[in-house]
Design a protein around this ligand. Structure first.
Ligand code: HEM
Length: 90
């Protein structure tokens, strides 16, 4: 199993959109995944998947397909934990 190690803030996550040569990351229920290696396999297509890139996509994911077990599918793509911004930076 993989252990979450990196603490990812929303401002860090925001830079990981899949553009400008950076991988696309997605926040789901407190964890952050690198969705770039999975993108070409997404049944809903890449543009649809990337709607959730660089952000906490928990809500939109749940609206589209709450039955999909992303945690198992993306276990090798776990980046870390989604945490709040440090105090005084908001
Ligand atoms: C299917 C959107 C994230 C796995 C779909 C479909 C849409 C969609 C619209 C339906 C495609 C169709 O039936 O024609 C989205 C959006 C996402 C997202 C907006 C994020 C914001 C993910 C992630 C995973 C995933 C992170 C897995 C790691 C799947 C699977 C299906 C699917 C397995 C097929 C589900 C089924 O037919 O029962 N997605 N997706 N999606 N997506 Fe996503």
């Amino acid at each position: 199993s993989s252990t979450p190690y990196l603490r990812v803030t929303p401002s860090m996550l925001k830079t990981q959109t899949g553009r400008k040569g950076k991988d696309a990351w997605m926040g789901l229920n407190g964890k952050v995944y690198n969705i770039t290696p999975y993108a070409e396999f997404h049944p809903g297509g890449i543009p649809e998947l990337l709607r959730g890139a660089g952000k906490d996509a928990t809500k939109i994911f749940g609206e589209v397909h709450p039955w999909v077990n992303y945690d198992t599918m993306l276990s090798a793509c776990l980046v870390g934990l989604l945490v709040d911004e440090p105090e005084g930076t908001e």
